[in-house]
Design a protein around this ligand. Structure first.
Ligand code: B12
Ligand code: SF4
Ligand code: SF4
Length: 347
């Protein structure tokens, strides 16, 4: 069994449960959550139990690891690993490397991942129903991130600690912390969730404890597989290096404003936002590939309004409710642009 749980489904430990009252030596934390109610000595143990009860995974790493990850990223940039425009748009200002002033002393970063389902929307055009996918990350994006951090903060407050959302490189921290492995497609794969995971991170004043940091690891499934590289419509997963050619990735192209480049084939579009090709073909996702929730469905009239890029304020209230419910973080005009690219040929 691999230490990071890839060959098993957890270590089987159970630390109390609803109503259990286990009192041990050391710092005592009593916390009550919907489905975990226990008294244990160590906030990290409580955190992991609360996460486990929800099907999430969690790790606490030293804040110093963020500095290391930053150095790695900056030296890769200095060595010319990133397309300069891509770096400026996607990476240069994305991360907040300093902990927020509201924490007296940030000692650790807590990384949490939870399972996420893809969404299958329906757009009706000329009486025909066309299914359009929303990849797992984008569904309830903001809510999911906020919930994970709020839950961690709630648990920590019982022991006088805090957690505050961190915008740091989440995959690198999840993999370094031993929670996940990289796929060749550069996505992080978690036991029992595969790549269908949403990741959140939080700065905390909780001491990190035992350092279990490790070098990045790739999935064993990738050793004899290149399915994602073959399926990638733009060659972003290169045979020459591990690091994604992010500037070619459809997700990069359809998350940003502007027109799509001329070289991008119309058939490359496959989701309302993002791209599912390298996940759809991945054998390591075989157990989660069916994690798809249906809805909402958009009528002929709603689809027509969206394809005409009608402003959000002008849409019927029920259409706005459906769009708000997606919570993708994407600006309305970009979703309309992406939909038009997807449905070209269907109209
Ligand atoms: C910028 C960004 C993008 C960019 C760049 C993607 C990328 N691979 O960097 C674009 C817009 C293209 C993108 C696309 C997607 N993204 Co994105 N993205 C981010 C963001 C903001 C930062 C990612 C980052 O740190 N990139 C910098 C690179 C250098 O980091 P890295 O990929 O970890 O690279 C490390 C490895 O390459 C490693 N390494 C180097 N050499 C080698 C060699 C070996 C053998 C190994 C094992 C490792 C290794 O070292 C590098 C540095 O640490 C995060 C949110 C966040 N705050 O973290 C979301 C995030 C990573 N994205 C996410 C998702 C889901 C996606 C998409 C799957 C969305 C979709 N379905 O359409 C695609 C996947 C594209 C892909 N194949 O990677 C999720 C990840 C979920 C998961 N399970 O991994 C995140 C965490 C958002 C979230 N909160 O959920 N994304
Ligand atoms: S498709 Fe194959 S090579 Fe790509 S991430 Fe999945 S297992 Fe690895
Ligand atoms: S998300 Fe799409 S474009 Fe980006 S690497 Fe995966 S298959 Fe290629």
């Amino acid at each position: 069994m691999a230490a990071d749980g890839w060959a098993c489904v957890g270590d089987g430990r159970r630390i109390g449960g609803r109503g259990s009252q286990r009192v041990t030596r050391g710092l005592c934390v009593h916390m009550t959550c919907d489905d975990v109610d226990m008294t244990v000595e160590d906030p990290q143990t409580v955190l992991r139990a609360v996460a486990g009860a929800r099907g999430w995974v969690l790790a606490v790493v030293s804040a110093a690891r963020v500095v290391e990850v930053r150095r790695g990223l900056e030296s890769a940039h200095a060595a010319g690993a990133f397309d300069p425009d891509f770096y400026d748009l996607e990476l240069a200002d994305t991360f907040h490397w300093e902990p927020p002033s509201e924490l007296d002393e940030a000692r650790s970063v807590i990384v949490v991942a939870r399972p996420a389902t893809a969404g299958r929307l329906v757009f009706r055009i000329g009486g025909r129903d066309i299914a359009v996918m929303v990849p797992p990350t984008y569904r309830r994006f903001r809510v999911a991130g906020r919930e994970m951090v709020a839950q961690v903060d709630q648990v920590l407050r019982s022991s006088g600690h805090r957690a505050v959302a961190a915008e740091v490189p989440k995959k690198a921290l999840a993999v370094g912390a031993g929670l996940a492995r990289y796929g060749r497609n550069n996505i992080a794969y978690f036991p029992r969730m595969g790549s269908y995971a949403q990741i959140a991170a939080a700065w905390s004043d909780l001491p990190a404890g035992e350092d279990l940091w490790r070098e990045p690891v790739m999935l064993e499934d990738c050793d004899a597989c290149r399915a994602c590289a073959v399926a990638c419509p733009t060659g972003a997963i290169s045979g020459e290096r591990f690091l994604l050619r992010g500037e070619l990735c459809v997700t990069h192209l359809n998350e940003w404003p502007g027109s799509f480049p001329e070289w991008l084939s119309g058939s490359a579009h496959n989701a309302l936002v993002g791209c599912m090709r390298c996940q759809d073909v991945c054998p390591a996702d075989r157990d989660v590939a069916g994690w798809v929730e249906d809805g909402p469905a958009f009528s002929d009239e709603e689809t027509r309004l969206l394809l005409a890029a009608s402003p959000l304020e002008g849409l019927p209230a029920e259409t706005r409710v459906k769009l708000d419910g997606l919570d993708t973080f994407m600006e309305h005009g970009l979703l309309c642009r992406n939909l038009a690219a997807l449905l070209t040929g269907e109209i």
